[in-house]
Ligand binder design. Structure first.
Ligand SMILES: Cc1ncc(COP(=O)(O)O)c(C=O)c1O
Length: 414
């Protein structure tokens, strides 16, 4: 008989000790998921167990080294399921998204020439902009930046499409904004890029905790994400499309091998992070039918996350409507197909930094500033104060949102 566990937020929260702590005798509420999510006990246990019993390097014949070697294979397989990659050989590892992007940008740009054109966006985190700006500068290539639509902080896809032409070598864009939460409709962009033979490099860092990635459906050349944004350890994961795994020439440092995904990796990986990563992907898949394969369980589980997060967004947006002196930079639609439950706010009479600091005193953990979405804050002329970002995850609750709005009400209407 198959068994499908029922998703409830209480069952989720029971797995996170961090959510039940107090600080200065006050409960703690984490609203900064887009900056880094909390980590369930199963992931912590996997990491402690690895370091406590099996810490070793690859390739030796004793038990812990063999387990470590197997762990790398297991982690690539789990990531293949997470991204729906064609093969585990398309999965590469690195310290974080930025390091992976920088290293890949050097390899991808090796044969760029003067007159080549690159397209980046004003919605992106600058890890996916400045790596390309530097690579382009080295090759005298031209960089175009697609703007955002000012009133809802989403990407101007039409404007981006107009920037793609026969000189375009690469389009680098995000699947979702870490600042306004808007989801980007990437399909027409990928289609247009393919038509002119340009490569597509996708930042899925903010998207990954909210939506299940499918690199085959996307048809992208490269995609990167970071496990610490989806309930795991600090670790970067990259996807390299099969046709590039052997043909791209990374700047290799010995002992990186000639063949396979490890040719993109430098030095010894964080094996404890890999142990945590495998456990994280199991955590994400836990609401799927037991006995099914990992990808199927992920698909089923993410359906719960999507439904729950849309309900959280609806609740948040309804509360926000009642609050005066605050503006949302983002979409008013709660549907998770168009936005994540990440909200960028600005205030009429008080700086975002002051609001974040006052909320922080109450252990209402939010961030303020530009979150490295530098194109966005510059286009809007709000670089100095940025936005207050409230980032909800599937472990947050309506009661926590109530706490936030009671505090905001008091703060804004003294
Ligand atoms: C959308 C987005 N892209 C890229 C990054 C950089 O990721 P990492 O910290 O793994 O280098 C972040 C980090 O906040 C992000 O939110």
């Amino acid at each position: 008989m198959t068994f499908t566990p029922e998703f409830t937020v209480d069952k989720v929260r029971a797995q996170f000790n961090a959510l039940h702590q107090t600080h200065n005798d006050l409960p703690v509420t984490f609203f900064d998921g887009p900056g880094g999510s909390q980590v369930p006990e199963s992931v912590l246990e996997a990491m402690v167990s690895y370091l406590g019993h099996y810490n070793s390097n690859l390739g030796a014949s004793y038990f812990s080294s063999q387990l470590t070697t197997q762990l790398v294979t297991d982690a690539r397989n789990a990531c293949q399921a997470l991204l729906n990659a064609q093969s585990a050989d398309s999965i590469i590892f690195g310290a974080n998204m930025t390091s992976l992007t920088f290293a890949l940008s050097r390899a991808i740009s090796r044969d760029w020439q003067a007159g080549d054109e690159i397209v980046v966006t004003a919605l992106d985190h600058y890890a996916n902009v400045s790596s390309w700006q530097q690579a382009a500068e080295d090759k005298s290539a031209l960089v175009h930046q697609a703007p955002i639509i000012p009133n809802d902080g989403s990407l101007d896809v039409e404007a981006l499409l107009n920037l793609i032409n026969s000189n375009t070598r690469l389009v680098a864009l995000t699947l979702a904004s870490n600042t306004t939460g808007s989801i980007v409709e990437v399909a027409p962009v990928i289609e247009a890029a393919k038509r002119v033979g340009a490569q597509v490099y996708i930042d899925a860092v903010h998207y990954a905790p909210h939506h299940l990635i499918d690199v085959q459906a996307l048809g992208c050349d490269f995609l990167v994400c970071s496990a610490y944004k989806f309930f795991g350890p600090h670790f970067g994961i990259g996807y390299v499309a099969p046709k590039w795994v052997q043909t791209l020439r990374p700047y290799k440092v010995e002992p990186a091998p000639e063949l396979g995904p490890a040719r993109f990796e430098t030095g010894t990986q964080s094996f404890e992070a890999l142990a945590g990563l495998v456990a994280t992907i199991e955590y994400l898949a836990q609401w799927g039918t037991q006995g099914e394969d990992l990808r199927t369980r992920l698909v089923e589980s993410y359906a719960y996350y999507n439904q729950y997060e849309t309900a959280l967004s609806e609740y948040f947006l309804a509360k926000l409507k009642l609050l005066k002196g605050v503006r949302l930079l983002g979409r008013l639609d709660a549907d998770c197909a168009v936005r994540t439950a990440t909200f960028a706010l600005t205030f009429d009479r008080i700086s975002t930094k002051e609001v974040a600091s006052a909320l922080g005193q109450l252990n209402l953990c939010v961030g303020s500033g530009h979150f490295y979405a530098l194109g966005l804050v510059r286009q809007l002329g709000i670089e100095a104060d940025g936005v207050l970002r409230v980032g909800l995850m599937h472990y947050n609750t309506k009661q926590e949102i109530d706490r936030l709005f009671i505090a905001l009400q008091r703060l804004l209407h003294l």
